[in-house]
Design a protein around this ligand. Structure first.
Ligand code: IMP
Ligand code: MG
Length: 179
């Protein structure tokens, strides 16, 4: 598995410091709100499980699973919900937690879909942002790290469902994903 990696992009220590910072900001911003954290399966689960332990106010937790049609390294913008939320988000303050925003098409679809369910608010927290490949404008309220246009794996992020368990974030060798 380690032979497939080009270099380390973010160490687990760098990630932990950023997650603590994001958790602190979210705790302050949502102090008097009705926070529900929604994780996007599966990529966001490692980030989400660390992030919620840095949020010091009560919260609800739910998950949504989506698949975007397209190749394994490029999304097409056509999004399908594979697993929907368990409960209503009406009158709640939704914070969507995503691993990475690339073209922006997935998050744009999800923000619009959730906004139509009468929540108080909908905001986005992403660990990684790859702005070079954006196809649609998205407002990211909480942004961990801006990364270059390379394929990142680890800390939840996968290529063909592999590498999610790496503790840091790494650039995958181009010969692996054919980029
Ligand atoms: P978007 O719709 O293009 O913004 O795609 C976002 C989704 O694509 C993320 O939730 C990831 O699952 C996947 N993705 C985009 N870039 C990467 C990457 O560098 N590594 C792993 N997954 C990625
Ligand atoms: Mg994902």
């Amino acid at each position: 598995m380690l032979d497939d990696l080009e270099r380390c992009l973010l160490s687990s220590e760098q990630i932990a410091a950023k997650v603590a910072d994001l958790g602190g900001r979210i705790s302050r911003d949502y102090k008097d709100k009705n926070l529900i954290v929604i994780g996007i399966l599966k990529g966001a689960i490692v980030f989400l499980s660390d992030l919620i332990r840095q949020i010091k106010i009560p919260l609800y937790l739910d998950f949504i699973a989506v698949s975007s049609y397209g190749s394994s390294t490029e999304s097409s913008g056509v999004v399908r919900i594979l697993k929907d939320l368990d409960k209503s988000i009406e009158h709640r303050d939704v914070l969507i937690v995503e691993d990475i925003i690339d073209s922006g098409l997935t998050i744009k679809y999800l923000m619009e879909n959730l906004a139509a369910r009468s929540p108080n608010s909908v905001k986005v927290c992403t660990l990684l942002d790859k702005p070079a490949r954006r196809k649609t404008q998205v407002l990211i309220h909480y942004n961990g790290f801006i990364i270059p246009d390379e394929f990142a794996v680890g800390y939840g992020l996968d290529y063909n469902d592999k590498y999610r368990n790496l503790p840091g974030i790494y650039v995958l060798k181009k010969e692996i994903y054919g980029g």
